[in-house]
Design a protein around this ligand. Sequence first.
Ligand code: ZN
Length: 147
Amino acid sequence: MDNCPLCLAGNEQLIWENGLVRVINANEPDYPCYTRVIWQQHVKEMSDLPESQQLAFMRYVFCVESVQRDILAPEKINLAQFGNMVPHLHWHIIPRYKNDRHFPGSTWSPPHFEQANAPAQYQTWLANLNSLKPTYHQALAQALAQL
Ligand SMILES: [Zn+2]
C-alpha cells in the first residue's frame, strides 16, 4: 500500500530476508537487540494468512527468540504484535533484563529513570548489549537461513 511505512521499507537496518519475511534491527536505543520480523506483503491480521503461512511466520519469530536466548541470555523475552498504528503484520521480539529502563513493565510503560540520570550499572549493561549486537545479528542471519 502506498501510505504504509512497512510496505515502503525505507530506513531499515536489515538483518536477513527472504520472500516471506524480513528481519530488522528495531533501532531502539534503550534496547539494542530489539528485533522485528515483518511480513513482506501487506496483510492486516494473522488470521488473514493461510495456516501454512501463519506457521512459517511464527517459525521465524521463534527462531529470533531462540537466538536471543543463546547469544543474549535475557531475563525474559517479550513477543508482541499490535499493528494499531501500522496495520501491516510485524512481530516485536524484545530481550528484557532486570537492568533495562522499564523492567518488569512493558517497554511502552514509563521508564524508571531518564537516560541522563541512568545508574552506572545501566550504562555497563547497555554497553555490553551493544557489543554483543554484531555477534547476535550474524548468528541470527545464519539461523534464519537454515530454517
Ligand atoms: Zn504495508
